[in-house]
Design a protein. Structure first.
Length: 102
C-alpha cells in the first residue's frame, strides 16, 4: 500500500468508528444508582424507505445523564429495532443498548 492508500484507509476507519459510536456500548455493562430522567419528546421524521427510527435515550457518563438524540438508521430486512432503554434492577438502573431482533 502506498501512503495515500494508507491515509485513506485510516480516515475511513476513523469515520466509521465515529458513525458507529451509537452502537459501540453493546458489550459494556453500564449501571447507575441514579434513575435516568424521563425520556424527551422527539418528533420522528417522515418515513424514508430503507431506514427506521431509533429514538433518543439518556446516556450515563459516570457522573450525570445527557441526552442522545434519536436518528434514522439503515433498515435490516426481517428485523426490527429495539430501542435503547434503562431497566431498574432493585436500587440500580442498568442500560440496555438498542439492538436488532428477529
Amino acid at each position: 500500500m502506498n501512503t495515500l492508500q494508507k491515509t485513506l484507509l485510516s480516515t475511513l476507519i476513523g469515520v466509521g468508528a465515529l458513525l458507529s459510536s451509537r452502537f459501540s456500548l453493546a458489550g459494556a455493562d453500564i449501571v447507575s444508582a441514579t434513575a435516568p430522567p424521563a425520556p424527551r419528546v422527539e418528533h420522528e421524521p417522515q418515513h424514508r424507505d430503507g431506514y427506521v427510527w431509533a429514538p433518543g435515550y439518556w446516556e450515563w457518563n459516570g457522573r450525570f445523564f445527557h441526552w442522545i438524540a434519536g436518528t434514522l438508521i439503515t433498515e435490516r430486512h426481517g428485523k426490527h429495532w429495539v430501542a435503547d432503554r434503562w431497566d431498574q434492577d432493585q436500587n440500580q438502573w442498568r442500560y440496555v443498548p438498542g439492538h436488532w431482533e428477529g
